[in-house]
Design a protein around this ligand. Structure first.
Ligand code: UDP
Length: 141
């Protein structure tokens, strides 16, 4: 299995609930290493750019409003099969459909405020990591 990197964001709802540490513990327990991290309060332009792929979707404005409603914690996770592994830890987009024990089942309130973001494929992971971090800010471990 390949060592991959993926972009993870702990969204404003989960930061407000003070569960950054609990979410990091799940990454670590699953063998994912945090190789870059920073907290940020995204501007509207940054959030719109990040979610540009969803621009035509009906939920786009609400999604951007939510993502800029408070600070987020952004990290790069590294490990075997990191992209799929992180998606598994996250659970389904809609927390009502997320498997028991996943981050969204345990910490998310709704499909809009769903606690975490995770890249869904190698191509998007590379683009999303570069969106938030220069290569000198990502640390091989
Ligand atoms: N989203 C939403 N309403 C929807 C679908 C998605 O608010 O009906 C938001 C939700 O925050 C989700 C994000 O848009 O996490 C991106 O959607 P995607 O389908 O890519 O889900 P994800 O990859 O985050 O599970």
């Amino acid at each position: 299995m390949a060592i991959e990197r993926t972009l993870s964001i702990i969204k404003p709802d989960a930061v407000a609930k003070n569960v950054i540490g609990q979410i990091y513990s799940r990454f670590e327990a699953a063998g994912l290493k945090v190789v870059a991290a920073r907290m940020a309060h995204l501007s509207r332009a940054e959030a719109e750019g990040f979610y540009a792929v969803h621009k035509a979707r009906p939920f786009f404005k609400d999604l951007v409003d939510f993502m800029i409603s408070g600070p987020v914690m952004i990290q790069v996770l590294e490990g075997e099969n990191a992209i799929a592994k992180n998606r598994e830890l996250m659970g389904a987009t809609n927390p009502k459909e997320a498997a028991a024990g996943t981050i969204r089942a345990d910490f998310a309130d709704s499909i809009d405020a769903n606690a975490v973001h995770g890249s869904d494929a190698p191509e998007t992971a590379a683009v999303e990591i570069a969106y938030f971090f220069r290569s000198s800010q990502v640390f091989a471990r």
